[in-house]
Design a protein around this ligand. Structure first.
Ligand SMILES: Cc1ncc(COP(=O)(O)OP(=O)(O)O)c(N)n1
Ligand SMILES: Cc1ncsc1CCOP(=O)(O)O
Ligand SMILES: [Mg+2]
Length: 212
């Protein structure tokens, strides 16, 4: 699995389609794209996924899909992201085998441990703060939440990439990275920027500094 500094999560807005949103993140240098189309029929997700998969291949980017394990297997996407209400990670691992990436959502250390034991490859950990991009948010973690989860992981000897998510903006990134997480997953802050391509570049550059 390539190191994940920034994962972009697609979002449909008044200005941009799912595809446009991913194009801009890729053009700005992001090399991890997650197709997230809540409430769309799987046939629509498949159409969009096939287009994005080609685009990600052109950019040499990792391409994962939110929720749809069978679709990931069918089209050979790079992986899937699964939350608490989705297929359990262990079941997805049985279906997909070891060559696909499986991410799991965590809000607590116990969630991290469960996904680790079930064979997840990385954790999407959040929300950092309130966001309108996702409904039914879990409790807000803030910086202290990440510090606590990272420290409990160290104590337990659990080594798994942790990607912080939820309401994160450019200004938040240095302090979030300083808690010991591996990377950041973003949607809204890139899409709300005047120039999402430039905003992605700006973010990639601070993350590089923080990862030296
Ligand atoms: C990187 C990353 N982290 C968390 C999530 C949230 O997944 P989930 O809990 O399944 O919620 P939905 O995205 O399905 O609404 C994610 N998608 N990506
Ligand atoms: C999918 C997801 N899971 C927790 S918060 C979130 C949305 C993140 O998007 P944004 O960066 O717009 O808050
Ligand atoms: Mg989900």
């Amino acid at each position: 699995m390539r190191p994940m500094v920034l994962q972009f999560i697609t979002h449909f807005t008044d200005s941009y389609s799912y595809y446009d949103s991913a194009c801009m993140a890729l053009e700005g240098g992001c090399r991890w794209i997650q197709l997230r189309m809540k409430d769309a029929p799987v046939s629509e997700v498949e159409q969009e996924a096939l287009r994005l998969q080609h685009l990600c291949r052109d950019y040499g980017a990792t391409f994962i899909i939110d929720d749809h394990v069978e679709l990931v297997k069918k089209i050979h996407a790079d992986g899937v992201h699964l939350g608490k209400k989705d297929m359990p990670v262990a079941e997805a691992r049985k279906m997909l085998g070891k060559d696909f990436i499986i991410g799991g959502t965590a809000n607590t250390f116990e969630d991290v441990k469960m996904h680790y034991e079930a064979g997840a490859d990385y954790i999407g950990c959040g929300p950092f703060r309130f966001t309108t991009t996702k409904k039914n948010l879990s409790p807000i973690l803030g910086l202290e939440g990440y510090r606590s989860i990272v420290s409990q992981m160290k104590e337990a000897g659990i080594h798994l990439p942790i990607v912080a998510i939820g309401g994160i903006t450019f200004e938040d990134i240095p302090s979030i990275m300083a808690t010991g997480v591996t990377g950041i997953a973003l949607s809204g802050t890139i899409l709300r920027a005047d120039n999402p391509i430039e905003e992605t570049r700006r973010i990639i550059n601070i993350e590089k500094i923080n990862n030296k």
